[in-house]
Design a protein around this ligand. Structure first.
Ligand SMILES: [Zn+2]
Length: 180
């Protein structure tokens, strides 16, 4: 009886420690050396940005601010949050973002195993956060479009809406053609 209980306890502790010790993003952090970061609070959302270049941190911050104020305008409402998630934006080489081993926590099969420029993850992301992975490797304009697109997924997730690609693309069009 004691033995059995001890065994059970052991298995239980073992399960807990493997679950928390192996961070989903560990391989990613091992591969990417972030040189620059910034954190800000936009529309009551804590956003932390990490990138290889300082100018990209600036680009991502400035566009994120604009997107967060344009999203309520696009959707026609703002206060209908179903989740409070702080947001992490991580800029990395495109080759790392597409490395199936590093990014094994993503459901690659779900989107036909194609190459990606960016992705929003809230399943493997640390508790209470959503994470956007993206790359500057195709230039600033592509980086901006990716930020805008992935921020729509953050919005959809925190409003418990369907994660819709069409809607994200429609917002990108709306936002990029909007007079600033
Ligand atoms: Zn998308």
């Amino acid at each position: 009886m004691t033995n059995y209980l001890a065994k059970l306890l052991f298995i239980y502790t073992f399960m807990i420690s493997t679950a928390s010790a192996v961070g989903n993003y560990d391989k990613f952090y091992d591969r990417v050396g972030f040189g620059h970061s910034a954190s800000m609070n936009v529309s009551s959302v804590e956003i932390a940005i990490y990138a290889r270049k300082d100018s990209d941190v600036a680009t991502i911050s400035s566009i994120s601010r604009k997107v967060m104020s344009a999203l309520p305008e696009f959707y026609g409402y703002s206060e209908n949050k179903c989740k409070n998630l702080s947001l992490l934006i991580l800029e990395a080489p495109e080759s790392v973002i597409n490395d199936r081993d590093v990014m094994s926590f993503l459901s690659w099969h779900k989107w036909g195993d194609i190459r990606i420029l960016g992705v929003y993850d809230s399943l493997a992301s640390p508790h209470g956060t959503g994470t956007i992975f993206l790359s500057r490797d195709r230039g600033t304009r592509e980086l901006e479009i990716t930020v805008v697109h992935e921020l729509v997924h953050y919005w959809q997730d925190t409003r418990c809406l369907n994660i819709s690609e069409r809607e994200a693309d429609r917002f990108v069009e709306f936002f990029m053609n909007k007079p600033s």
